[in-house]
Design a protein around this ligand. Structure first.
Ligand code: HEM
Length: 224
């Protein structure tokens, strides 16, 4: 028989892995905030952030809360045993932060003078991802309002996976950069989209496993 603490101990790698994935973009955000707070002079690389700081500041603060606090919502024991915390964090921290991350991402895509390589196809992907993330969070909130716990978890998992594309993109872009140097427009698009697509696939795999486990526990349950 397992000691009571064992399942919980085995869950911590989930949160640790998600936090590790978010680490590079979160640290990049801290550096950008330091740059803005110290009144660093505008250069070609940071002019858009200096001239219009509000969306990037909202984006970085939202991303910090969403990625770090969100990682703990995936621990089954914390979710089941600390339901008050799960609800509080979801309602007051994660839903607002998630909406802010997606909306500010869309805002910057629309109004920032981004590097030429990110205009065109990458911008179209960002519009798609931002819109899907907003929609998934709204669907997750609607599902919990009708007490459909399975659908709630599935939509929130999908939204989180898209946001965490920022972390996976570090893995899909840094190694090719080290080997091949600066990407061209097509490679940049492939690297960015690969981060989002990989995360979406992992999310669907996690959701399918959860669906199968729920069916095994309660075979009569109808789940979408
Ligand atoms: C938790 C997830 C996310 C994190 C940690 C994150 C992190 C960051 C950071 C640190 C920056 C500043 C980059 C710099 O200083 O050069 C940034 C910029 C940006 N992010 Fe995110 N982001 C996340 C999710 C998203 C999503 C879902 C979108 C989709 C719309 C998005 C769109 C953008 C855009 C358009 C910019 C501005 C890029 C530029 O002007 O070069 N981000 N993000």
């Amino acid at each position: 028989m397992n000691p009571p603490s064992e399942p919980r101990r085995r869950e911590w790698p989930i949160a640790a892995g998600l936090i590790l994935l978010a680490l590079v973009p979160v640290l990049a955000g801290a550096v950008r905030m330091g740059d803005l707070a110290s009144g660093a002079p505008a250069t070609a690389a940071n002019a858009r952030f200096v001239e219009m700081p509000l969306p990037i500041v909202l984006h970085i603060l939202g991303a910090l809360v969403y990625s770090l606090v969100g990682a703990f919502q995936f621990l089954p024991s914390l979710r089941r045993r600390r339901t008050a915390w799960h609800r509080f964090a979801g309602r007051y921290l994660l839903v607002p932060a998630g909406l802010v991350v997606a909306a500010s991402g869309l805002w910057m895509t629309a109004f920032y003078d981004t590097p030429a390589i990110d205009d065109g196809a990458v911008a179209i992907s960002r519009y798609g991802i931002g819109a899907l993330m907003l929609a998934f969070i709204v669907l997750g909130v609607a599902a919990i309002a009708r007490r459909d716990f399975f659908a709630h978890g599935a939509w929130m998992t999908r939204a989180y996976a898209l946001a965490m594309g920022a972390g996976t993109q570090v893995l899909t872009s840094v190694p090719p950069f080290l080997v091949f140097g600066e990407p061209d427009a097509l490679m940049r698009l492939v690297q960015m989209d690969a981060g989002w697509i990989l995360n979406a696939l992992v999310a669907e795999w996690v959701i399918a496993r959860r669906r199968a486990a729920t069916r095994r526990r309660t075979p009569a349950t109808v789940i979408a």
